[in-house]
Design a protein around this ligand. Structure first.
Ligand SMILES: [Zn+2]
Length: 118
């Protein structure tokens, strides 16, 4: 249990050097080595059936794959870009809530403004 008013900042402060090194490594992997983080996607996606190709562009009414609709769900297994920023990954790894961190930052600025207005 934290005693500070800014627990997310306290957590961030404790891991800043480690996190900086990890961020630099990930940045090097991406920009110097051209490595991209991918994640396995498994699901279905609507695709054109293909029965149109043998029926002048119209779906075959008796097609078993699409039941005459011309569209069917295809099972997909492929790699897709992770699409998560390095900052978000590091925050997740170090269990830092970026929304709470931002809220704490706003709170700090409010306190500073109140002090300055005295
Ligand atoms: Zn079909």
């Amino acid at each position: 249990m934290s005693t500070t008013a800014y627990p997310e900042h306290e957590k961030q402060h404790a891991i800043v050097a480690e996190s900086q090194a990890q961020g630099e490594f990930l940045d090097w992997l991406t920009n110097e080595r051209g490595v991209h983080l991918m994640i396995r996607f498994e699901g279905t996606e609507p695709v054109e059936c293909g029965c149109q190709d043998v029926n002048d562009g119209k779906p075959l009414p008796w097609c078993r794959k699409c039941e005459g609709s011309g569209r069917r769900e295809e099972q997909l297994k492929r790699w897709v870009p992770l699409g998560t920023s390095i900052l978000s990954l590091l925050a997740e790894y170090h269990k830092i809530d970026l929304d709470k961190l931002e809220a704490e930052q706003r709170d700090m600025l409010d306190v500073l403004r109140k002090v300055a207005a005295r």
